[in-house]
Design a protein around this ligand. Structure first.
Ligand SMILES: Cc1ncc(COP(=O)(O)O)c(C=O)c1O
Length: 378
């Protein structure tokens, strides 16, 4: 039996809420759990409106669509991220423009953003990576200075917090997902809160929320249903999925405590391994350790593939880090990112992987993982 890289933690309440959908017949995209999940997730993140959708990929696509970008407009994204971010831009006929990542947090290097701003730039899409927030204040400053939208991809940081306004008289901790024009979430099974598959767009702007609701639902018109003034999609979430999400949200504190314990415990047990970089927690951040990533120093003469292989032989499943968007043949074929190089993203893509980090990971399993790490790298 392998120790899985992720296993969700589902309980009786999840079963009760989903069973209620089945018993009452509210299994599709209408029903009370959708509204409750949207309202409560938005409130939890400090936002006014939530628009639930089928997954995190379409949540990003919908968010970019709500900006009404024109063909050739540019959106700045980190190269070190999931392809969903770049797809959201490309599927809206806009152009993704890349920046490298920070070597400590692995999030977008915010110092590199300003030099990538052009007259065509419409938005910045910061992506909080593996549980650690992006340094948002410099991006909010750029957003004000150049009139750019911000779409925060908070798929991997449910419940994480960021200390905003550090230079000001009243710095304040704010949840990730509460910044900028819109934020986007995924509720895939490996996320802190899951709906199986699912996502959400959050915003404080009622007009954007209305637009997102319309685009999610084929742009049906309330008074003339089959008459369409815009092209939308079916990105709806089901009541069944929202029921699962609501039950999960009701145990958010327990989930967060478990993730924080997991992060601290891994760090305590692995910190003495030479040439192994562990996740950080900047003084301005509260990391939720969505996935516990490690990066092996090149001096160890081992890359992440070899480490993954050795861990697999010891019954431990891992996942490689993201491969940067500038290294993807799918984009090269379209003439994007040709000959672009981003040194940090390239190094961590080859030297980084994440260890089993699911909510159902037991202390015994963690001991096995850490023993194997010491055996292989000790
Ligand atoms: C940062 C980030 N954004 C977007 C997504 C896409 O979400 P989904 O898998 O729900 O489409 C993911 C998925 O895991 C992600 O990690």
């Amino acid at each position: 039996m392998m120790i899985p890289v992720n296993e969700p933690l589902l309980g009786e309440r999840e079963l009760d809420y989903v069973a209620e959908c089945v018993r009452t017949g509210w299994v599709s995209s209408a029903g009370k759990f959708i509204n409750q999940f949207e309202e409560q997730w938005a409130a939890y993140c400090g936002r006014r409106h939530g628009v639930a959708v089928s997954n995190g990929t379409v949540a990003l696509q919908l968010a970019v669509a709500c900006l009404e970008v024109k063909p050739g407009d540019e959106v700045i994204i980190p190269t070190f991220t999931i392809i969903s971010c770049a797809l959201a831009v490309v599927y809206n006929s806009a152009v993704p423009v890349l920046v490298d990542c920070d070597p400590q947090t692995w999030c977008m290097d915010v110092q590199q953003v300003e030099e990538k701003i052009s007259p065509r730039t419409r938005a910045i899409m910061p992506v909080h990576i593996y549980g650690h927030p992006v340094d948002m204040d410099p991006l909010l400053d750029l957003s004000n200075k150049y009139g750019l939208a911000i779409i925060e991809d908070a798929a991997e940081v449910h419940g994480a917090e960021y200390l905003s306004g550090r230079g000001a008289s009243h710095p304040a901790w704010r949840r990730c997902g509460s910044f900028g024009t819109m934020s986007s979430f995924s509720f895939y099974a490996n996320k802190l809160i899951t709906t199986g598959e699912g996502g959400m767009v959050l915003t404080d702007d009622p007009q954007i929320a209305e637009k997102a609701r319309s685009l999610r639902n084929l742009c049906f018109q309330p008074d003339r249903r089959f008459y369409h003034e815009e092209l939308g999609s079916n990105f709806r979430l089901t009541n069944l999925q929202a029921a699962l999400g609501l039950a999960q949200l009701e145990r958010m504190n327990e989930i967060l405590a478990r993730k924080r314990w997991l992060g601290a415990e891994y760090t305590r047990r692995l910190k003495d391994i030479r040439g192994l970089q562990l996740p950080v927690e900047e003084p301005w951040a509260r990391n939720v350790y969505w996935m516990y990533g490690v990066v092996i120093s090149e001096e160890r003469e081992m890359d992440a593939d070899l480490l993954a292989q050795k861990l697999k032989e010891r019954g431990i499943e891992t996942r490689p880090f993201f491969l940067g968007m500038h290294e993807q043949p799918a984009f090269h074929k379209r003439g994007l990112f040709l000959n672009e190089r981003y040194a940090v993203a390239e190094r961590i893509a080859r030297q980084g992987l994440y260890l089993p980090s699911g909510l159902a990971l037991t202390e015994d399993q963690m001991t096995q993982v850490c023993d194997a790490m010491h055996e292989v790298l000790g």
